[in-house]
Design a protein around this ligand. Structure first.
Ligand code: BG6
Length: 494
């Protein structure tokens, strides 16, 4: 089957996501028995240290079955080396040979780059000189690369060139865990397997689109990482732009890796760089969340006391193509906001209301379609209904659907994607041109922000919905951010 090499195995991602996902896949029988994990990191750990660390990660969600765990743990190995030095590859090669023999993995290798992004370039250079990366199909070698993929377009291009050189695009899996969420596949079915939505999914019917990606958590112990990345590099350039591409893309002629990725790339290519006057940045100060006081960003571990890193961003984008020209796409994302939510809102055009001029329409909005992608994943369509009684009044009411009605979610995102990579399926991984195009959209803004430090940071309270300027971004066009549920009591009241 394969050896799964985790570079950066002592980190948070391996602990919380990768090792638990691999254990669950293995104990469900989704991956074969001829499987092993080789953890790589600078720390002087033993196999047993990695096993303890992995068990702790697995037990965060549920206590593992003792026998399944014992069998899986035997497949966990560790090699201590500094992956950025040329020598690293010698000890890695030796450990890999050992593991491959012991577990009869057939020589297939999947390298997962989960170390800090600054280590990718030296590691890839060392790896490709070492002969550990092969372009053969049998046994195969694949590379999964975590985000952020580079820190701007130029660095992403450099890493892409190294990957092309080392193994070739066919063996590269740029992971964006939002593509592994049920949401993306649900969206594809919603848009392309129904007749009623696609004909109105364009500038003739849509007024604007909103994508909200808000989190109540702060930087959760990752202050040092976050200082370098900030909100745009952390979630906007990748997760949000991928969601946007799936919302806005044309239907592919064939649903395979190239068909799907070609259509997403076309959307990204049609988006001009964000103008600084169309963007807002923010940073949280201390505030109250869930009844407790939480610290401000500048008080977090690993964060500079005068940091200018944004923890919130809102922006307005345009897609200059026939389907979307003139329809603004508003995006907002941030940490330490009132709640966790990722939501896509399609706001339709106002119908002509001349017929109802003497009606009370103060509680009526144009049609709105809300796609909720968090815990209670579902869809809500808001439409106008007459309020019964003698008064001439109409009000917006929601028609709600929850995905739990059609069954439970199958697998968490990382499990989906790791399994796809082990099977060699690239559809739900970003292609080289997509990440470069994603950077091109935000690079000028990030440069402008770096050259013009904010004078008003921190500018929003933890537990709030972000800085006031983000509301003004929409208000100046006569719009406002939607917050879900749109109108929770409306159906009860009508
Ligand atoms: C990660 C970001 O990629 O996505 C985190 O680095 C963020 O900062 C996380 O919290 C959000 O993912 P999810 O699946 O919890 O919505």
């Amino acid at each position: 089957m394969a050896t799964f090499v985790i570079v950066g195995a002592t980190g948070d991602l391996a602990h919380r996501m990768l090792l638990p996902a691999l254990f669950r896949l293995w104990s469900d029988g989704a991956i074969s028995r001829d499987f092993a994990v080789l953890g790589v990191s600078r720390r002087p750990w033993s196999d047993d240290d990695l096993r303890r660390f992995a068990r702790d990660g697995v037990a965060r969600t549920a206590e593992p079955d003792a026998q399944a765990w014992a069998e899986f743990a035997q497949r966990l190995h560790f090699v201590s080396c500094d992956s950025t030095t040329p020598d690293a590859c010698a000890s890695l090669a030796e450990a890999l040979r050992d593991v491959e023999e012991r577990h009869r993995t057939g020589g297939n290798r999947l390298f997962y780059l989960a170390s800090p992004p600054s280590t990718y370039e030296p590691f890839l250079k060392a790896l490709s000189h070492s002969g550990l990366l092969r372009r053969r199909t049998e046994p195969w070698t694949r590379l999964i690369v975590e985000k952020p993929f580079g820190s701007d377009e130029a660095s992403a291009r450099r890493v892409n060139a190294l990957l092309e050189d080392a193994v070739g695009e066919d063996r590269v899996f740029r992971i964006d865990h939002y593509l592994g969420k049920e949401t993306v596949q649900n969206m594809l079915v919603f848009r392309f397997a129904n007749t009623v939505f696609e004909p109105i999914w364009n500038r003739q019917y849509v007024d604007h689109v909103q994508i909200t990606f808000i989190e109540d958590v702060g930087v959760a112990g990752r202050g040092r990482f976050y200082e370098e990345s900030g909100v745009v590099r952390d979630v906007v350039q990748n997760h949000m732009f991928q969601l946007l591409a799936v919302i806005a893309m044309e239907p592919p002629a064939v649903f395979d890796a190239e068909g799907f990725r070609n259509e997403k790339a076309k959307v990204l290519r049609a988006i001009p760089p964000v103008r600084q006057e169309d963007a807002v940045r923010g940073q949280y100060r201390s505030g109250r969340l869930g009844g407790e006081r939480v610290p401000g960003y500048r008080e977090e571990d690993g964060v500079d006391a005068r940091s200018t890193t944004p923890t919130y961003a809102a922006m307005r984008l345009e897609i200059e193509n026939w389907r979307w020209a003139g329809v603004p796409f508003y995006l907002r994302a941030g940490k330490r906001l009132a709640r966790k939510d990722t939501e896509i809102v399609i706001d339709f055009r106002q119908p002509p209301l001349a017929l109802f001029k003497d009606w009370d329409v103060t509680e009526m909005d144009p049609n709105v379609l809300i796609l909720r992608t968090t815990e209670d994943e579902g869809i809500s369509l808001q439409f106008a209904a007459r309020v019964p009684g003698r008064r001439r009044m109409m009000r917006s009411v929601p028609l709600d659907f929850s995905y739990t009605e059609v069954g439970q979610a199958e697998r968490p995102a990382y499990e989906h994607l790791l399994l796809d990579a082990l099977r060699g399926a690239q559809t739900f991984f970003a292609r080289h041109d997509e990440v470069e195009l994603q950077w091109a959209i935000v690079d000028p803004l990030l440069r402008y922000w770096a050259e013009h430090p904010p004078s008003d940071f921190p500018n929003y309270d933890a537990g709030s919905m972000g800085p006031a300027a983000a509301d003004e971004l929409l208000e100046r066009a006569g719009r406002h951010w939607r917050t879900s549920p749109v109108n929770p009591e409306a159906s009860a009241r009508v």
